[in-house]
Design a protein around this ligand. Structure first.
Ligand code: DGL
Length: 282
């Protein structure tokens, strides 16, 4: 068991600031697990908006409104920093919340996404043709293409919406999820990608299968291998933030809808016997 210390310590009772991890659902637990493994000393509040999942087909305005509610909720519970584990939210709403909402209402708090740190890691490996598997909303935003073009305009980026994978994984149909992944990846392989970004929290769950499907020449980038070290580097660069973070290894796992099925998925994806607690965002 990696996390012997996952017992709930209610965040309200912990004195220091917490790190919030927000996702549209439970897929973000897969990323949260590796963040907490890398930086176990801090206090965390995970929030999954399971009542409104999936976000993958929602409009950008709706996703922004959901993120704002989640941010208000996590800030009210003492988070100084929120990591948006969800690519769909990072693509649709991160820039706006960072530029408009935070400076006006919470100038001393931070919200970080997953797209730019992922891209930094990918371009460091000098790719030529990059495939991106994501939700429909992320693909339509062209967030990956635009952000890669800002750093390395010569890299060709092929974005592939993969809307069937998340619903299959969420309903526990692993074989169907793998079959769907195979179908979405085939056209990318035909276009000779040398790198493949798993641009959705849930896809890391299929990482081994996707590495098998994708042929050895393709480097597969999975965010739970990238985000923890990028977060550690961010905190190292921001002592003013790091110094206010509580270090009591507190963990809370909050969801907007709780079912038996969600309890089972949460344990599986976090890799430990965690307890979900239902909360209302508004
Ligand atoms: N968590 C979302 C992401 O990373 C996918 C799930 C959803 O559609 O809500 O893109």
């Amino acid at each position: 068991m990696i996390f012997a210390d996952t017992s709930l310590k209610p965040s309200e009772k912990l004195p220091g600031a917490k790190i919030g991890i927000f996702d549209s659902g439970l897929g973000g637990l897969f990323v949260a697990r590796s963040i907490i493994k890398k930086l176990p000393q801090y206090d965390y509040i995970y929030l999954g908006d399971t009542a409104r999942l999936p976000y993958g087909d929602l409009s950008q305005d709706t996703i922004y409104a959901h993120l704002k509610e989640a941010a208000e909720f996590l800030f009210a519970r003492g988070c100084k920093l929120i990591v948006v584990a969800c690519n769909t939210v990072s693509a649709a709403a991160l820039r706006k919340i960072q530029k408009q909402f935070l400076p006006r209402h919470y100038p001393d708090r931070r919200i970080l996404g997953v797209i730019v740190p992922t891209i930094e890691e990918v371009v460091a490996h000098s790719p030529q043709i990059v495939g991106v598997l994501s939700t429909t909303s992320t693909a339509k935003s062209h967030a990956y293409k635009k952000e890669i073009a800002k750093i390395k305009p010569h890299i060709k980026v092929i974005e592939m919406p993969a809307p069937r994978i998340v619903p299959h994984l969420e309903s526990g149909k692993l074989k169907a999820a793998k079959d769907a992944a195979r179908k979405y990846i085939a056209p990318l392989l035909n276009q000779n990608i040398d790198s493949l970004i798993l641009g959705c929290t849930h896809y890391g769950i299929l990482k081994k299968d996707i590495r098998n499907i994708a042929e050895p020449r393709v480097r597969v980038f999975s965010q739970e291998e990238i985000i923890p070290k990028k977060l550690a580097a961010y905190l190292a660069k921001h002592p003013e933030l790091r110094s206010v973070l509580g270090r009591k290894a507190g963990r809370e796992f909050l969801v907007t809808q709780r079912t038996r099925h969600f309890d089972i998925l949460a344990r599986k994806w976090f890799g430990a016997d965690i307890k979900l607690r239902k909360v209302a965002l508004i």
